[in-house]
Design a protein around this ligand. Structure first.
Ligand code: XMP
Length: 512
């Protein structure tokens, strides 16, 4: 792998993603990892990420100089660039030349390998206090900016390079080109990290782990569990049984998509549990959001557990598939082992006497890679590009108590919003597009020649990178207008459509 050494800023994951976009496998490791341990992973290259604004900042992490003696190609970015300069005998100085944000970069006439034939003036993203004033011996300086006399350097014989700016962010023009040139032309790495290679590797790994044993997987209808199950199925075929719990809180067509399209595309053995009565019974009359979530979580575990017992009783089930992604692994501290579990938050706490080992074929992948695998595995487009949808489903998009009638009404309005968004080609421009029914609110309207007294629905289209923060999507007014007209015409109980223009924070994406 290419190791991205994380110096504690938020850039390491982004760098790792960009490296993979260049079709090179990358992993993030903490800066506290001893050099011997890094080298034991046989890295194709090491990238030192951004971090504090200066190597002189209080508590700035040190780079062990042994790292530079190992003959491994190294790329220093921002803080990593300064740390590299300092460790190799260059000069890092307090010049007061601070630069933050978009900055003009001037490559030298030659530009070196990284900047060769790029425009004479580039806009790059800077974030530094101190700067490198002298490159280490053997390094050619290939660019400067107003606040950084040495803004890029390279030593081709030593297969080392560095830049003061952030090539991984979208604000740096040609940043991906520079990163790719480091990987291919400086480090000499071949681009082999492709969906079909990932599938081959994962299939081999799953076969080795599972052997002849049986595997169970809970499908949520979301892209992660769908792709994880499809991979496991590719590896071990009918040793896999999937369980899909239909809690009656799904959107129009979603259960059918799993039961028909997904099975048709994969040939997976699927056990569908129709538990709508049970969930709706337990939710009757409940209006408090937290209580709704608790009830749904509890019922989900009971239903899944019963189904898992049935499947387990029929065969030799030892493994449970989880759609854990790489960002979850990095955020929870990184380990690589698979542990025996008693409970897991994704499927809820399974009881002690149902012990499964986990199969997590997406543990090394980012979301965009999961989607690419889904496409390569032949899953339906609508499933691969499905927007995130909360586990408690439409229950937390009905403000008030939940019943069949209200669910049908919300489903009809939601379907119209989705149809119109898709028809306008903007599906991939929004992160999510909840439609919320204010079931306990009524307002007066006029429909035909009579007075109406119906419910409002709220349109909540948002854009986001990771759902931690979000902004309301500026969808075209005529699209919003079409959705409004169709909903009020086609869903008689709804006589008003409103648009939520709140960012997160302070609002959350969902209303409950
Ligand atoms: P909020 O509303 O907190 O949502 O801004 C952030 C993201 O999480 C989803 N969400 C959930 N997903 N179970 C889930 O699986 C839940 O209980 C849940 N609540 C919110 C929400 O759709 C958004 O993507």
């Amino acid at each position: 792998p290419v190791l991205v050494v994380d110096f504690g800023a938020q850039y390491a994951q982004l760098i790792a993603r960009r490296v993979r976009e260049a079709k090179v496998y990358s992993e993030i490791v903490p800066h506290s990892m001893p050099v011997a341990e890094m080298l034991a992973r046989d890295p194709a290259a090491i990238i030192l990420s951004g971090g504090p604004s200066s190597v002189y900042a209080p508590g700035a992490p040190q780079v062990d100089p042994k790292l530079f003696d190992a003959g491994v190609p190294i790329f220093g970015i921002c803080y990593g660039f300064q740390a590299m300069a300092q460790a190799l005998g260059g000069t890092v100085a307090h010049t007061g030349g601070r630069e933050f944000g978009g900055t003009a970069l001037s490559p030298t006439a030659d530009g070196g390998v990284l900047l060769r034939e790029l425009p004479a003036e580039l806009s790059v993203w800077m974030s530094h206090g101190d700067c490198v004033t002298e490159a280490p011996a053997g390094f050619a300086v290939t660019a400067a900016s107003a606040g950084a006399p040495v803004a890029a350097f390279e030593d081709l014989a030593g297969r080392r390079a560095g830049v003061q700016f952030h090539p991984e962010v979208g604000h740096t023009t040609h940043g991906q080109t520079m990163l790719t040139r480091f990987l291919y032309d400086v480090a000499g790495i071949e681009p082999t990290w492709t969906p079909s290679n990932i599938i081959d590797e994962q299939v081999a790994a799953i076969r080795a782990q599972v052997g002849e044993k049986e595997v169970i997987c809970g499908l949520s209808g979301g892209v992660d569990s769908a792709v994880a199950a499809a991979l496991v199925h590719r590896a071990v075929g009918d040793q896999l049984t999937c369980v899909f719990v239909d809690h009656g809180l799904l959107r129009s067509g979603e259960a059918e998509q799993v039961e028909q399209d997904y099975v048709a595309a994969t040939g997976i053995k699927l056990k569908v549990v129709d538990a709508a009565d049970r969930f709706l019974g337990a939710l009757a009359g409940v209006t408090d959001p937290e209580q709704k979530r608790k009830i749904i979580g509890r019922e989900f575990i009971r239903v899944f557990e019963a189904a898992a017992r049935e499947v387990a009783a029929a065969g030799d089930v030892e493994f449970l598939v989880q759609g854990t992604l790489y960002p979850d692994v990095v955020e929870s501290g990184g380990g690589t082992g698979t542990a025996n579990i008693k409970s897991h938050h994704n499927v809820g706490g399974l009881p002690d006497d149902l012990k499964f080992a986990l199969v997590e074929p997406l543990r090394t992948l980012f979301k965009d890679e999961v989607r690419a695998l889904g496409v390569e595995l032949g899953l339906p487009e609508e499933m691969v590009w499905r927007h995130p949808f909360p586990g408690p489903g439409l229950a937390i998009r009905i403000i008030g108590s939940v019943d069949r009638e209200r669910l049908d009404l919300l489903r009809a309005a939601d379907l119209i919003a989705r149809e119109e968004l898709t028809a306008s080609g903007l599906d991939r421009d929004v992160w999510q597009f909840p439609v919320v029914l204010l079931a306990d609110v009524r307002s007066v309207g006029v429909q035909g020649d009579g007075r109406s007294y119906g419910h409002p629905v709220v349109l909540r289209p948002v854009s986001s990178e990771d759902a931690m923060t979000a902004d309301w999507s500026r969808l075209p007014y005529d699209l919003i207008g079409r959705i409004s007209t169709r909903i009020t015409n086609e869903v008689p109980e709804v006589n008003r459509v409103v648009l939520d223009v709140t960012s997160k924070p302070p609002g959350t994406i969902e209303w409950e």
